[in-house]
Design a protein. Structure first.
Ligand SMILES: Nc1nc2c(c(=O)[nH]1)N[C@H]1C(S)=C(S)[C@@H](COP(=O)(O)OP(=O)(O)OC[C@H]3O[C@@H](n4cnc5c(=O)[nH]c(N)nc54)[C@H](O)[C@@H]3O)O[C@H]1N2
Ligand SMILES: Nc1nc2c(c(=O)[nH]1)N[C@H]1C(S)=C(S)[C@@H](COP(=O)(O)OP(=O)(O)OC[C@H]3O[C@@H](n4cnc5c(=O)[nH]c(N)nc54)[C@H](O)[C@@H]3O)O[C@H]1N2
Ligand SMILES: [Mo]
Length: 660
């Protein structure tokens, strides 16, 4: 048996990433959860006994019913899920119906992309941007805040084609990642200052007449005000904010302005800062200034996901839910430790986790674990493995993997819908999330007929979309080919003739919606929460900006327990020689990375692959697979972004010292 890519797929061309290449090893892993488990030891100890599905589901239903009937009602129950699987069925169908019908608290699923998505929405109208399949026609490629070769390797062949055609490829990142290493140039920007760089580019573009006046006049709103704003960002000022030389800011703007079809590949790494939404919004203005949207290969891409209009209302049935409160998933620590869950209303008394491992991935891990340790919290975890989170569960329920269940998927780097058909029967007693929530609904006595829908019916409901872009994505086409291109041209050039998805139909440099939200209606540099110039006292104690983006072989916290991918690795932290020397840090030395929120141990790697003042801790480790039980999220905060309530994982000042 083996896993392989489809060589006929226009985007992936049969190439599998490092991790999915090991999907069989993961699926048949000796530690795979195969039976429901009930906790017998103390929370966090990971001591469990096997029980039957009948016993587990009966007991879970009894506990949840008792909480719902108690003084706080069903709002004391909190679902917690993210993108362990991004499948429409296993990620947002029966599960949502179940929590809607019982009247549980709602979860704001912000942990990855909401800041950037809001930035795009306020500017071009939706998270709809340039098509990577147009990349070969680009004459300048900027990989901006993204580690393409790790996070999005399927893009790389298109980048190569652009380069073969003469395009220069630049990388803007505080870290010289393996991606930056492969580019023509690395621009080592200070974290959280991208909006300033984009405004500095605009300053030069307008000053040197490199704008496309016709595009500005026809398809944008607020061009004059933006030009005024950009005047406030001369290269010298931008140099001191971004840490890039003023001359390079000028030449970058000229390169960009003289290109005909520059492709800006921004991604979510960029927006994990206090000003993340504004950063994305500001960069997203650039192609409308130069008119690059007119041409194939020009524009900006954050994601393609908003093109996929599956019928989520049919899958989730929001009308089953009474009005209630919403809890932001990145504030899980507060939600579990505050008497009013941090947002008002009852305390959280039950937590049901699936497709997520918050004990590893959520920020401010100390507080999260304090919450998970509560003896009066009833916790259920659905997963493939005994994760950090599962160690705190009262019940652990074994879920199926992609190889064992049916699903349909969107994409966020290309325009093809994918069908996921089961290749093997579920291992052991594993069940798909859909089936687990179906059975839980029955055990709770829920009688709405929607709980009887089988997975094939759910696929058909997902596809019952009136959106024209979904016209090609039919059940028969998916069954016949496994994947289908959305009903958009190849390549898709969304704003060649304007047609922005904003209320005005224009690219909104000036956003009345943001003004109504009490925000600056124009692009601006919004400093990170932990920007040294803004918080000098904090920065004096914790002078190093820590980025904890994923290790190449891990998918957030997934695959960390796969030996061939973990190899003999240990948690590491890359430190610049000029930061290492005054702290007496030497290469290979055990060190502690810490701030007021917490600490974790790592091995120091002294390298000029990080800019001075920045450290990189490749993540996201399972606490229990590190030497000291801790990971980088001990140091990250529960603060949120300027829009979208997103996380600020990389907006994080720390200090580093030799281990005792
Ligand atoms: N192998 C692998 N692939 C993945 C994932 C994984 O965990 N492993 N995760 C998937 C998921 S869920 C996501 S959201 C995507 C994320 O993929 P990307 O969007 O590429 O995001 P990150 O890897 O978080 O960060 C990318 C880069 O942003 C840089 N960065 C940090 N702060 C700043 C800044 O202020 N400005 C600039 N210019 N750069 C900055 C970091 O140094 C890092 O190299 O990848 C997906 N693909
Ligand atoms: N410090 C730091 N923190 C981060 C990040 C970072 O780069 N640095 N990345 C952030 C980002 S971008 C994201 S998206 C989040 C990701 O956070 P999560 O969405 O929690 O992702 P994972 O850590 O991959 O954990 C997903 C879990 O879902 C399980 N799973 C997979 N498929 C299924 C299924 O079909 N059924 C069930 N029941 N379980 C399944 C997996 O086994 C795994 O344990 O983490 C965020 N946290
Ligand atoms: Mo993510």
């Amino acid at each position: 048996m083996r896993v392989q890519g489809d060589p006929n797929h226009p985007f992936t061309a049969g190439f599998l990433c490092t991790k999915v290449n090991r999907y069989l090893e993961r699926t048949y892993h000796p530690e795979r959860l195969l039976h429901p488990l009930k906790r017998v030891g103390r929370k966090g100890r990971g001591e469990f006994v096997a029980v039957t599905w009948g016993e587990a589901l009966r007991d879970i239903a009894t506990r949840l019913r008792a909480i719902a009937a108690g003084p706080h009602g069903a709002q004391a129950i909190l679902p917690y899920s993210y993108c362990g699987t991004m499948g429409m069925l296993q990620g947002q169908s029966m599960d949502r119906r179940f929590f809607n019908a019982i009247g549980a608290s709602k979860l704001d699923r912000t942990i990855c992309s909401t800041a950037g998505a809001w930035g795009m929405r306020m500017t071009v109208g939706a998270n709809v941007g340039a098509d990577a399949e147009g990349l070969p026609s680009s004459d300048l490629v900027i990989l901006w805040g993204t580690n393409t070769l790790t996070a999005n390797p399927h893009l790389w062949p298109f980048v190569r084609k652009a380069r073969d055609g003469g395009a220069r490829v630049l990388c803007i990142d505080p870290i010289r990642t393996r991606t930056a290493d492969q580019c023509d140039e690395w621009l080592p920007i200070r974290p959280g200052t991208d909006a300033a760089l984009a405004l500095g580019m605009m300053h030069v573009l307008f000053a040197e007449g490199l704008q496309d006046d016709a595009y500005l006049a026809q398809h944008t709103l607020g061009a004059e005000q933006l030009r005024e704003r950009a005047r406030e960002y001369p290269p010298d000022r931008v140099a001191s904010l971004t840490g890039l030389p003023a001359e390079r800011i000028v030449t970058l703007a000229r390169e960009y302005g003289r290109a005909k079809a520059a492709f800006l590949r921004i991604n979510y790494g960029l927006q994990r800062h206090g000003g993340g939404a504004m950063a994305v919004r500001t960069i997203a203005c650039l192609p409308a200034i130069t008119g690059h949207w007119r041409r194939t290969g020009g524009g900006v891409q954050l994601s393609t996901s908003a093109n996929f209009k599956y019928n989520t209302a049919a899958l989730e049935r929001p009308e089953l839910s009474p009005d209630g409160r919403t809890i932001n998933m990145i504030r899980l620590g507060d939600a579990l430790t505050a008497a009013d869950a941090g947002v008002g209303g009852p305390p959280v008394q039950a937590l049901v986790v699936y497709n997520s491992n918050p004990a590893a991935v959520a920020p401010d891990r100390n507080v999260v674990l304090t919450g998970l340790r509560r003896e009066d919290l009833f916790t259920v975890v659905l997963d493939h493995f005994q994760t950090d989170t599962a160690d705190y569960a009262d019940y652990v329920l074994p879920a199926t993997t992609q190889l064992e269940h049916l699903d349909v998927h969107l994409a966020y780097g290309h325009h093809y819908a994918t069908l996921n058909r089961p290749a093997i029967a579920p291992l052991g007693a594993c069940k798909p999330n859909t089936q687990i929530f179906r059975e839980l609904a029955a055990a709770m006595g829920l009688t709405d007929p929607c709980f009887a829908d089988d997975d094939e019916t759910l696929v058909r409901q997902a596809l019952s979309s009136a959106d024209p872009k979904m016209a090609t994505v039919t059940y028969d086409a998916l069954m016949a080919h496994g994947w289908v291109r959305l009903n958009v041209p190849t390549p898709y050039v969304p704003y060649a003739e304007g047609g922005f998805l904003t209320p005005s139909g224009k690219c909104e440099f000036y956003s009345a919606r943001m003004e109504a939200m009490g925000l600056d209606p124009l692009p601006n540099f919004t400093p990170p929460h932990e920007f040294p110039e803004e918080v000098p006292e904090l920065a004096a104690r914790f002078p190093i900006a820590l980025v904890s983006s994923p290790r190449h072989q891990f998918l957030n916290s997934t695959f960390v327990n796969i030996k061939s991918l973990r190899r003999d690795a240990e948690p590491e932290v890359m430190v610049h020689p000029a930061d290492a020397a005054p702290r007496s840090l030497v290469d290979g030395m055990p060190v502690v990375v810490f701030n007021d929120r917490g600490a974790f141990s790592a091995t120091a790697r002294v390298t000029d692959a990080v800019r001075q003042g920045v450290a990189w801790a490749p993540s996201v480790w399972w606490g229990k697979l590190t030497g000291d039980g801790h990971n980088a999220n001990e140091t990250t905060s529960q603060r949120t972004t300027d829009m979208g309530n997103g996380p600020v994982f990389y907006d994080n000042l720390v200090e580093i010292a030799p281990a005792e």
